[in-house]
Unconditional design. Structure first.
Length: 168
């Protein structure tokens, strides 16, 4: 396997993040695939996350599944945890639509400069930890490559479960 650009620092003090196993347990319930979780540098500028994604392209070219797990809209402060099917907030709907359109058109600049969307972005992304994985998945998409949405729904009023696949 080819060497990837990012520096690897091994540290297992924190354990596995739920964003990895909560998705993989449904995709591979027998846990019969090797998994390598990476941490996201929350202090890095947004552009650096797209650059990191592009440096992973050689792995993708070799057939390695690269999974970015988060939420486009993830505002737990406004979540209705008593009602999974609570009607979504209009700000979240608006932001989710903006991101969907940017993904479809390959508009990385809008994804990077999402705060310029204003109040819908502020509401939808109170912290970037659930938004940053989107930049990795979008950054790996090559020009002209297909993108399809496999889930388009909200839950608990303020969490977008939009999921997409890049390529075939």
């Amino acid at each position: 396997m080819r060497q990837v650009d990012p520096k690897v620092q091994c540290n297992d003090e924190w354990g596995h993040d739920h964003a990895g196993w909560s998705v993989l347990k449904h995709l591979y319930p027998e846990a019969d695939v090797p998994v390598f979780l990476i941490s996201i540098d929350m202090t890095a500028p947004l552009e650096r996350h797209v650059q990191m994604a592009r440096s992973l392209a050689p792995l993708r070219d070799e057939g390695v599944l690269i999974l970015g797990s988060g939420n486009i809209v993830h505002n737990l402060r406004d979540a209705d945890l008593s009602n999974l099917y609570a009607p979504p907030d209009e700000r979240g709907i608006s932001f989710d639509k903006t991101v969907k359109e940017a993904l479809l058109s390959g508009d990385i600049d809008t994804l990077l400069n999402y705060r310029q969307v204003g109040e819908p972005a502020i509401y939808s992304v109170p912290t970037t930890d659930h938004y940053l994985p989107l930049l990795y998945a979008a950054g790996l998409r090559e020009e002209g490559e297909s993108l399809s949405f496999i889930c388009e729904m909200f839950q608990n009023r303020s969490v977008s479960m939009r999921s997409f696949v890049v390529g075939g």
